[in-house]
Design a binder for this molecule. Structure first.
Ligand code: 13P
Ligand code: SF4
Length: 309
């Protein structure tokens, strides 16, 4: 059954000139059928570069929307349109427009985990891979609104020492749930382990990290580091790629405050399955459709981000 659906997906991809882009947090079977696996930044760049006619986005809704913003002439399919993101949902576009109106002289920097409506109100987007470079590309005296992640915003504020950043009060329900106590307990039982943390985590978690960075940044660090063990403080789906790349190293997932709730997994990313990928390819639906005016405004903010080196 597993193999037959995998061959069916491969056959549909070939026949329809389709490509599957997948995020590191999807399940290992989904990652295995992807043509390209990456973090949010790499996936946006890849979407822009591909010459496929159809992009199947194995990830959450804002990621597929970002691909459509960048590739208006391609068909962008989202295997499960219910796959949202608690962080993107924490910033409603109409509410954000009212907030922005209070700070007319500020530039808006938005993390890509936002709806297309928020991106349309944004001067420049960023991801956790390039947030520091994006903020540093803006003259120091220019005040900034940073949305929607208060933790990433506070982390960048600390790195840059900028006191002219207003932060939107949003967060990711997965990354906010990690327990400092349990991470330190793990470090006591694995004293040689390095702690790697995604910047969506709270400041007191980032404070004990040996490395803070995006999913791609964490993967690179684990390869570069001489350490053999890592305590991984981000969504647990990334462990599949870590183990695949570095089979001789040991990766220990950090537990959430309440380990009975499975909160170190993003329920939205797990909504993408081989079945719904196959159905999306067969039906060429569900498709991301955007209002052209909103799309054009959003595109500017993403292109501004891609231009930052
Ligand atoms: P990355 O940009 O690090 O891949 O993160 C995306 C995300 O949704 C993290 O929760
Ligand atoms: Fe959104 Fe959090 Fe899931 Fe990332 S882990 S997609 S920020 S809900």
């Amino acid at each position: 059954m597993g193999d037959s659906i995998v061959s069916r997906i491969a056959e549909l991809k070939r026949r329809k000139n389709a490509v599957i882009l997948a995020h590191y947090y999807t399940t290992p079977d989904v990652q295995a059928v992807a043509d390209f696996l990456g973090d949010s930044l790499a996936l946006s760049v890849k979407a822009r570069e591909t010459d496929a006619d159809i992009i199947v986005f194995a990830g959450v809704h804002f990621m597929a929307e970002t691909a459509k913003v960048l590739c208006p002439d391609k068909k962008v399919l989202i295997p499960n349109p219910e796959a949202g993101c608690s962080l993107a949902a924490s910033c409603d576009a109409a509410e954000f427009a009212r907030f922005k109106a209070k700070y007319p002289s500020h530039k808006v920097v938005s993390y890509v985990n936002t709806s297309v409506g928020v991106k349309a109100l944004t001067d420049i987007c960023c991801t956790s891979s390039n947030a520091l470079q994006v903020v540093e590309s803006i003259p120091r005296e220019q005040p900034i609104i940073f949305t929607p992640d208060r933790n990433l915003g506070a982390y960048i504020q600390k790195l840059t020492g900028r006191d002219n950043m207003v932060l939107w009060d949003g967060a990711c329900h997965v990354h906010e749930e990690f327990s400092l106590e349990k991470i330190l307990e793990l470090r006591r039982s694995h004293p040689e382990a390095r702690i790697v943390v995604h910047p969506e985590c709270k400041a007191y978690i980032a404070a004990v990290a040996d490395y803070v960075g995006s999913t791609a940044g964490i993967l690179d660090y684990c390869g570069r580091s001489e350490a053999r063990e890592f305590i991984v403080v981000t969504e647990a789906g990334i462990l599949a790629e870590m183990q695949r790349r570095y089979p001789d190293k040991r990766f220990i997932p950090a537990p959430p405050v309440d380990s009975t709730c499975g909160c170190n997994e993003c329920c939205y990313m797990k909504m993408v399955t081989l079945d719904n990928i196959c159905a999306a390819l067969e039906n060429e639906a569900p498709e991301i459709i955007l209002d052209e005016q909103v799309r054009t405004a959003a595109e500017r903010s993403i292109v501004n981000m891609i231009k930052v080196k």
